[in-house]
Write a new protein. Structure first.
Length: 318
C-alpha cells in the first residue's frame, strides 16, 4: 500500500457507529483498521471510541473486539497477544487508546509493554483532552487551550502547561517503530500504517485527531486543522525506526500559529502575550525538529521559572 487508492475498500469499523459528524477519531481509526485488515484483534479502553464504536449489545467492529478498563491498554494487548501465541494464531493485535488513556492514566502499562517489546501496535488517538467525560485537560492539551478544568477566567486563561512529548518518551524505550500521523497527509499516513503492520515488536502510532465539540470547531474543518497543525509546527510528522529518527514531511515555510488558533473556539480567549509564548515554544520545537532556526517571528520563550511557576494550584485558576 502506497497511497489512498491502495487502501482496501472493506470497512472494519463500519457505519452505524455513533461518532460526532466530522470526528477526527472516527476517520483515523477507520482508516487504520482498514489497512490492518480483518485478521486483527482490537482493544479499546474507556474513551470516545469505546462509546461510539461499541455500546453493548451493538458493535460497529467486524473484528474481535475487547474492552476492559481505562488504564491498561499496554497490559491487555500484551495478554491478548500471549493468548493467541499459545494457540498458534498469527493475528495483528492493536490497542487504540485516547490521549488520557496513553499520556496519563495508561502510561505505566504502555511503558511496560514498550520496554518488554511486546508484539503489538499501540495507536494513540490524541484529541488533546478527556473528551467523552466532558472536555477535561490532559497532559496532551496544548498551551492556552480552554478545557472545563482549565477555564478561561480573569486571572488564568486556559491551560498553562505545554504538551507532553509522548512519542519521544515511547521512542526512548528503544522500540522498533514510533511514528506521528495526520489524516490530512494521507500518503504519509498510509506508508506509516503499512510499515507498522509489516514490522514485529512494539509499534506506536501517535495520531492527531481533532474533536468537534472539544476544540469548538466546525465539523467540516477537522482535516484543514490537521494540515495547519503541521504547517505551524504544532504537530510534526516523523518516525523513529530502530532508533533512527527521520522527519517525513517538512513544511516549506512556518505558518504563524494564529492561523491554527483562529479556527478553534478553544483558543479564542488567548491574549497577545500567550500567543507570543506559544509561538516562541513552537520556534524552539521547529529548531529541534528541523535542525534550523524558525524563519520568523521573534522567538523568545519566557524564563523557565515563569512557566514552572504555574503549579497545580495556578494551573486550574483556583
Ligand atoms: C480508572 C478510571 N478513571 C476514570 C474513568 C472515567 N473515564 C472514562 S473515559 C475518560 C476520559 C478518556 O479520555 P481520553 O483517553 O483522552 O479519551 P477521549 O474521551 O478523549 O476519547 C474518563 C476520565 C474510568 N473509566 N476509569
Ligand atoms: Mg482524549
Amino acid at each position: 500500500m502506497r497511497s489512498m487508492k491502495d487502501v482496501p475498500r472493506e470497512d472494519i469499523l463500519t457505519h452505524g457507529h455513533g461518532a460526532c459528524p466530522g470526528c477526527g477519531y472516527a476517520v483515523t481509526a477507520k482508516n487504520i483498521a482498514k489497512m490492518l485488515g480483518p485478521n486483527t484483534v482490537v482493544y479499546v479502553p474507556a474513551s470516545c471510541l469505546v462509546v461510539f464504536g461499541a455500546l453493548y449489545p451493538y458493535s460497529a467492529w467486524k473484528t474481535p473486539y475487547l474492552f476492559t478498563a481505562f488504564e491498561n491498554t499496554g497490559a491487555v494487548t500484551t495478554g491478548i497477544k500471549a493468548a493467541l501465541r499459545r494457540r498458534h494464531i498469527d493475528a495483528t493485535v492493536v490497542g487504540m487508546a485516547g490521549d488520557g488513556g496513553t499520556f496519563d492514566i495508561g502510561l505505566q502499562a504502555l511503558s511496560g509493554a514498550a520496554e518488554r517489546n511486546e508484539d503489538i501496535i499501540y495507536v494513540c488517538l490524541d484529541n488533546e483532552a478527556y473528551m467523552n467525560t466532558g472536555i477535561q485537560r490532559s497532559s496532551a492539551t496544548p498551551f492556552g487551550a480552554w478545557t472545563t478544568t482549565t477555564p478561561a477566567g480573569l486571572e488564568v486563561k486556559g491551560n498553562r502547561r505545554f504538551k507532553k512529548d509522548i512519542a519521544r518518551i515511547v521512542a526512548d524505550h528503544d522500540v522498533p517503530y514510533v511514528a506521528t500521523l495526520s489524516v490530512a497527509h494521507f500518503t504519509d499516513f498510509v506508508r506509516k500504517v503499512q510499515k507498522a503492520k509489516e514490522m514485529r515488536g512494539f509499534r506506536f502510532l501517535h495520531c492527531l485527531t481533532p474533536c468537534i465539540p472539544g476544540w469548538r470547531i466546525e465539523p467540516s474543518k477537522g482535516v484543514s486543522i490537521n494540515r495547519l497543525a503541521v504547517e505551524t509546527g504544532m504537530w510534526t510528522l516523523y518516525e523513529v525506526e530502530n532508533g533512527v529518527p527521520r522527519v517525513t514531511y517538512k513544511p516549506k515555510v512556518m505558518a504563524p500559529v494564529t492561523e491554527y488558533l483562529k479556527l478553534q473556539g478553544r483558543f479564542k480567549h488567548m491574549g497577545e502575550a500567550d500567543v507570543r509564548t506559544l509561538q516562541a515554544w513552537l520556534c524552539e520545537k521547529w529548531r529541534a525538529n528541523y535542525g534550523e532556526e524558525a524563519p520568523s517571528p521573534p522567538c523568545v520563550l519566557p524564563p523557565k521559572e515563569e512557566v514552572l511557576a504555574h503549579d497545580g494550584d495556578t494551573l486550574y485558576g483556583i
